[in-house]
Design a binder for this molecule. Structure first.
Ligand SMILES: [Cu+2]
Length: 400
């Protein structure tokens, strides 16, 4: 999560060398301060009558909990100084989306998305919906408040769910605070107590330019691929170790909707090349937060339009909410390493019920092995076997 050794932000807000971004962190140590740079992991949980965590493995739409936890605590408070803080917010839920605001509607500055600093910060009074595994970094400036025993502001969840398929409705702040929702997951989830002025002046800043995107315009596009995420999946493999069963699956390059089999190679981009991938939602009544391992990608278009990509998605990303009937076009270049990677829905209920595929980066020449053998983990170690299946468009472009 932190790249303190080589990042533009050194985690010391005092260092003014023209390179260090000086985002909120602290300055007690020469680098890597976390006094004002705080992780927040959001997750909904359910407990049974005996106080044990409860989970329903037969609910394949998406399992919801009725209690929202922040860093595994239910409705915690956090004492802050009247200054800027950076929060790195992870949606660690199984199937719940969040949408965050402050209870008084005051602004937050989004600076990063999925661990990547944005080209420029974006000031928002409500964040976008945040799908499972998406990471939004925001800066909140508490210097607008006068510290005192009753000075409080709350982080509020606005995304109301009726089931685990997708958010039913994004509420207004006053609706979410009213207590009238049938979803106990909306409303206040974290209390900030602004208890004192900072002991030392706040040296942090939010620069107007953070990290420009890598310019890929001179890198030719080697291939385009499409992945459609939906239900009614078939399983073509009988391998009991590598294959999963469930309603969910992925269509690759307009082939069949297939349930996960990590013995199957669905895509085989070449090392060093750049591709364009389209991620499509196969059904209107669902949202799917789709996660691609290994590479950070740039979002080219939503629903065919570059202007539909919001400002806070214009940095690099690795999880996209497809939105009902939506599609996202991304570009990625396969740098640095070869190997075997995954792509899957991060609604964990969908992922575990087979909405996942294997892709790999290899090449024809040495030192690459193509295709890669499938690793089979056992208590005695890992053995390798040949892939069960290689989809026809994995290494060769589809016939036109
Ligand atoms: Cu999904």
């Amino acid at each position: 999560m932190f790249n303190i050794y080589s990042a533009l932000d050194r985690g010391n807000e005092e260092i003014n060398d023209g390179v260090n971004l000086r985002l909120p962190s602290g300055r007690a140590k020469s680098f890597g301060n976390l006094d004002y740079d705080v992780n927040l992991m959001l997750a909904d949980k359910a407990w049974d009558a005996d106080g044990q965590l409860f989970f329903d493995i037969f609910q394949t739409d998406g399992f919801l909990g009725d209690r929202i936890t922040v860093n595994l605590a239910y409705r915690p408070f956090f004492e802050v100084e009247a200054r800027k803080y950076r929060f790195r917010i992870l949606n660690g839920a199984v199937a719940r989306f969040f949408k965050l605001a402050l209870s008084d509607g005051s602004p937050m500055i989004q600076i990063a998305n999925d661990g990547n600093l944005l080209p420029s910060p974006v000031t928002l009074t409500q964040l976008d919906e945040q799908g499972i595994a998406e990471r939004y970094d925001i800066v909140i400036d508490f210097s607008r408040y006068t510290p005192g025993p009753n000075t409080k502001v709350w982080l509020v969840n606005l995304a109301e769910h009726e089931d685990g398929k997708l958010p039913h409705k994004d509420l207004s702040i006053s609706e979410a605070l009213s207590g009238n929702s049938s979803d106990p997951g909306v409303g206040k989830i974290l209390e900030f107590r602004i208890v004192r002025n900072p002991a030392q002046p706040d040296m942090s800043q939010v620069p107007a330019v953070l990290i420009p995107n890598p310019d890929l315009s001179n890198v030719p596009v080697a291939r385009e691929r499409t992945f459609e995420f939906g239900d009614g999946a078939d399983q073509t493999s009988r391998d009991p170790v590598t294959s999963a069963r469930g309603p969910w699956g992925i269509k690759t390059d307009n082939g069949s909707m297939l349930a996960a089999d990590f013995g199957r190679v669905s895509a085989g981009p070449s090392f060093g090349k750049r591709e364009i991938w389209t991620l499509k939602n196969g059904g209107g009544g669902w949202d799917h937060p789709i996660h691609i391992h290994f590479e950070e990608c740039q979002t080219l278009a939503r629903n065919g339009s570059a202007s539909q990509v919001p400002a806070w998605e214009r940095g690099r990303k690795d999880v996209w909410r497809l939105r009902p009937d939506g599609e996202v076009k991304i570009t990625l270049q396969f740098r640095d390493f070869a190997g075997m990677f995954m792509e899957h829905c991060h609604n964990t209920t969908h992922e575990d019920n087979a909405m996942l595929l294997r892709w790999e980066i290899d090449d024809k020449g040495a030192p690459f092995v193509r295709p890669l053998p499938t690793p089979i983990p056992t208590p005695q170690g890992v053995r390798f076997q040949a892939p069960d299946e290689i989809l026809p468009t994995a290494f060769k472009p589809p016939a036109v």
